[in-house]
Ligand binder design. Sequence first.
Ligand SMILES: [Fe+2]
Length: 247
Amino acid sequence: MLAIISDIHGNLEALTAVLDHIQSQKATEILCLGDVVGYGPDPLACLEMAVTFSFNLCGNHEEGVIQKPIDFSRNAEIAIKWTKRQVEGTAIWSEFLNTLSLTEKRGNILYAHGSPKLPTSEYLLPSDIGEPESPTRPTKLKSNFDLMEEYCFVGHTHLPGVFLESMKYIAPQDINNHFVLPRNEKAIINIGSVGQSRDHNPNACYVTTDGHSVRWHRVPYDLGKTQMKIRGTALPEFLANRLALGE
Ligand SMILES: [Fe+2]
């Protein structure tokens, strides 16, 4: 059993709760699809845990810290600059950078932060399925399906769900949080976010998979503590408030 997590965003309380939950699922490996840092108040403590995962992909927030923030919202940019001041020059940041890759491939499964085509920057959204009559409907998703063999796991949007090659989108709540990997078509599975959910459910989200099916788990955590920590830093208040709303 594999556990796949993403978008921890410096939220130590969410990460700790998820790691405890993963233990109860008897997962043998943890794969991380990026954005360990950014937005949250505990980047260093989260990095300490991330270096023990089987791999870490580079998220747009890592990229923003390594290079400089481009095309981020005002609050995200402030958070990246704050994060950079916390991590730069530390041994754990150097160690973490050595574990980073852009994508990973294991057999017929590809792993990317955002998408196969533009791993750190492209957002695959439910609206990309589009209208059946639209001439542009398949282009964005199709160009990504063309780059993968069978299945791809992504994070980045913080919106758990599945895109099928037949241009269908499935939300986890419509399938009881359990998806059987199809044998006759490709699928892109969004695993949701550990540290900053945006699907109006404030609980942390991650998946486990045995290679035949995928299960999303929602894990409550002490988000009041995370909010208090954010309010004790120079991070924008907005980042504390959104955690309770799951948006
Ligand atoms: Fe993210």
